[in-house]
Write a protein that binds this ligand. Structure first.
Ligand code: KIV
Ligand code: ZN
Length: 509
């Protein structure tokens, strides 16, 4: 879409390419190092997400790096695999040896970087750019050229340098805001200038030193860039790169532009990178943060329960990004939220009891406790007396599981069902499966086989191998479906606790 219409996206059906650099710039985040196995898993997840290009690494940097870039290339993904190289033959040869699809060559172009790193004159930078772009092309590879620190480079020289790369055959030109000093208006001007001077596609690579990386990337797209360089959770040098989810959702939902990203996998991708990187996603992070679609205050929760668009963007829903909406209980909770949550488990207390439940929920929150749905249900049971004094239909007494690479996972379980002690031992494809089968057997024998396990979701809600696991289970009897949660640091216990909670609620009706 050359020729002046780049600055208006009216009626624009451009598809913007997504170039992911989580494995390269993302791994340059101080303190982060992915294992090779993690890198392969990340590459497969990026493929599932639909990114167009995966920057897999910087092959010259180590033998290990070359090995993993090669392995990613051998995966046969449909995303193009890119390797990074300085404008040096040995760097480019390392990329060639790995079998990448695209070689990304870069050279410092600003005066400050040239004088204090490469000691190259502008003329030498141009010459080396020409030679090395040609070298990549002569070897039959696609070439991306980056003028490092472009946004602090003398503009005439920068445009000249990009033209030189174009002349030598570069397939795409990248404009890095290496130290994140740009703002949307200046990026718009700069990219527009380059866009008008060359005839190859432009990519934008923004760092987030002032929190403007996403805004700057969007401005560059407005000015004609057709590719955004992003990373999952915004990982990258210093304050990171433009965040993939934020950039893609803004392009889609605000600008009405297309990408090939399957946005429903954004949340799970962010969670994977959170786990592998050990960098926790802030609760307030847009799109993938825990609070991105959470509501506590009475007015907001009431509105959202009636119609979600009242206090959410509407042009972006939790379903679109694979997240979930949560009505959170706390000191700002209103009666509507309580009523709504209780109705989900079939409790409909009268107004006076509802007021008392609300007061107790607020008091619990003010005392400093995070109020969970289970806390609410316990309060409601006590206030309404609906279940108070009743035995739980099924109570777990003991659970042990055995698993290992030479064992069929087996679970033995003891539970009391309506006052009678029952035991079961079952095998499964994994320990959770075996334990669930053991509970199901007891339920089938003692209560009847018409309780179906419907929904089963495991979510690691904190990072690390000692993550607290939150399990959500739905059970069905007739046309009633009840869901319940379990949260433990032991995933098998959390699963069984959630299942038993759900069955108890279903049967207490
Ligand atoms: O920030 C930067 O300039 C880079 C280049 C290698 C493109 O990451
Ligand atoms: Zn960078």
């Amino acid at each position: 879409m050359k020729g002046g219409d780049a600055h208006s996206d009216k009626g624009n059906t451009r598809t913007i390419e997504v170039f992911d650099t989580t494995l390269r710039d993302g791994e340059q985040t101080p303190g982060i190092s992915f294992t090779n196995e993690q890198k392969l898993t990340i590459a497969r997840q990026l493929e599932k997400l639909g990114v167009d290009i995966i920057e897999a690494g910087y092959p010259i940097s180590s033998k290990d790096e070359r090995e993993i870039v090669k392995l990613i290339c051998e995966e046969g993904l449909s995303a193009k695999i890119c390797g990074l190289a300085r404008v040096l033959t040995q760097d480019i040869d390392a990329c060639i040896d790995c079998g990448v699809d695209l070689i990304h060559i870069f050279v410092p172009s600003s005066r400050i970087q040239r004088e204090h790193t490469t000691k190259m004159s502008e003329e030498a930078v141009k010459e080396q750019t020409y030679e090395m772009t040609k070298y990549v092309k002569d070897h039959g590879f696609s070439c991306m050229f980056s003028a490092m620190d472009a946004t602090r480079t003398r503009q005439d020289f920068l445009v000249d340098l990009f033209k030189t790369a174009e002349e030598a055959g570069a397939d795409i030109l990248n404009v890095p805001d290496t130290v994140g000093v740009s703002e949307p208006f200046s990026i718009f001007e700069l990219v527009g200038e380059i866009y008008r001077a060359v005839n190859v596609p432009i990519s934008i690579h923004c760092h987030n030193d002032f929190g403007l990386a996403v805004a700057n990337s969007l401005a560059a797209v407005k000015a004609g860039a057709s590719e955004v360089q992003v990373s999952v959770n915004g990982l990258g040098e210093r304050a990171g790169n433009a965040d993939l989810a934020e950039t893609v959702m803004s392009l889609n939902s605000i600008y009405g532009l297309k990408t090939n990203i399957k946005t429903e996998y954004l949340f799970e991708t962010a969670k994977l990178i959170e786990r592998f990187s050990g960098v926790q996603i802030p609760i307030t992070k847009p799109i993938v943060g825990e609070n991105a679609f959470s509501h506590e205050s009475g007015i907001h929760a009431h509105g959202v329960i009636e119609k979600s668009d009242t206090f959410e963007p509407g042009i972006m829903t939790p379903e679109m990004v694979g997240h979930r909406r949560r009505i959170v209980l706390g000191k700002h909770t209103g009666r509507h939220s309580i009523e709504n949550k209780l109705s989900e488990i079939g409790m409909f207390p009268p107004k006076e009891q509802l007021d008392e439940i609300l007061e107790r929920v607020k008091a619990l929150s003010v005392s400093g406790k995070k109020v969970t749905d289970d806390d609410l249900f316990t309060i409601a049971e006590v206030v309404t007396g609906e279940v108070a004094g009743h035995e739980r239909v099924i109570t777990l007494k003991e659970l042990s599981v055995m698993t290992g690479n030479n064992l069929i996972p087996t679970a033995s379980l003891k539970a009391v069902v309506r006052g009678k002690e029952c035991t079961s031992a079952q095998m499964g494809v994994g320990p959770v499966d075996a334990a669930l089968k053991a509970v199901q057997e007891i339920i089938g024998d003692e209560i009847g086989g018409d309780i179906e396990l419907r929904d089963f979701r495991i979510e690691a809600i904190t990072g690390g191998s000692d993550a607290l696991a939150e399990v959500i289970v739905g059970v069905k009897k007739g046309d009633r479906v009840v869901t319940a949660r379990g949260a433990r640091d032991d995933i098998v216990m959390a699963s069984i606790e959630a299942f038993i909670n759900a069955v108890n609620r279903l049967l207490q009706e």
